[in-house]
Write a protein that binds this ligand. Structure first.
Ligand code: FES
Length: 173
């Protein structure tokens, strides 16, 4: 005897349906105010995960400013979808120290008005946006490899690769 398989119905607005053409044939249900397309979605979680998986990613390494007792510098790692986040937010989200003592209490929260979120890009600068006018103002006499983390967009939505960041380059020993 043949077995039947049912998937849970999914309620989506027509706009959302337009972006998920992989779903089964929809049925239109209307009320006075709203229209819904009802469709059976097989393995819906996997389908959405796959969309995320296909976005290009940037891997990041953050080198600490002081060597440990064995002479090696500590390295933190993180990754992000290309072009979706500022470097400052990636560091804050991953609890990677960005500010020196003064910046910890006096930073502007990413508004581009304090100049304390300084990092050095050791590798992968081609994966980032160009220096902004704010950076040109605050980093005028600093090395070209220095950036303000709150002005630095990691990736451009299409590129992928690795960016190596020196934290607190002004305190590097
Ligand atoms: S956090 Fe103030 S300039 Fe970046």
């Amino acid at each position: 005897m043949a077995s039947l398989h049912f998937a849970c119905p999914s309620f989506r607005s027509p706009e959302i349906w337009a972006t998920h053409q992989s779903h089964r044939r929809p049925i239109l249900i209307s009320s006075k105010k709203t229209q819904y397309l009802v469709c059976c979605v097989k393995n819906s979680t996997k389908t959405l995960d796959k969309i995320e998986e296909n976005k290009p990613e940037i891997q990041l390494e953050f080198i600490g400013p002081k060597a440990g007792p064995d002479g090696s510098y500590p390295v933190d790692k993180a990754s992000t979808v290309s072009g979706e986040k500022l470097l400052r937010n990636i560091m804050v989200d991953n609890k990677i120290e960005l500010y020196a003592a003064y910046g910890k209490v006096m930073n502007c929260g990413g508004g581009g008005s304090c100049g304390t979120c300084i990092v050095e890009i050791v590798d992968g600068k081609e994966l980032l946006n160009e220096r902004t006018n704010t950076e040109l103002r605050y980093l005028k006499k600093k090395p070209e490899s220095w950036r303000l983390a709150c002005q630095t967009i990691v990736g451009n939505k299409e590129n992928s690769g690795k960016v190596v960041v020196q934290r607190l380059p002004q305190w590097k020993k």
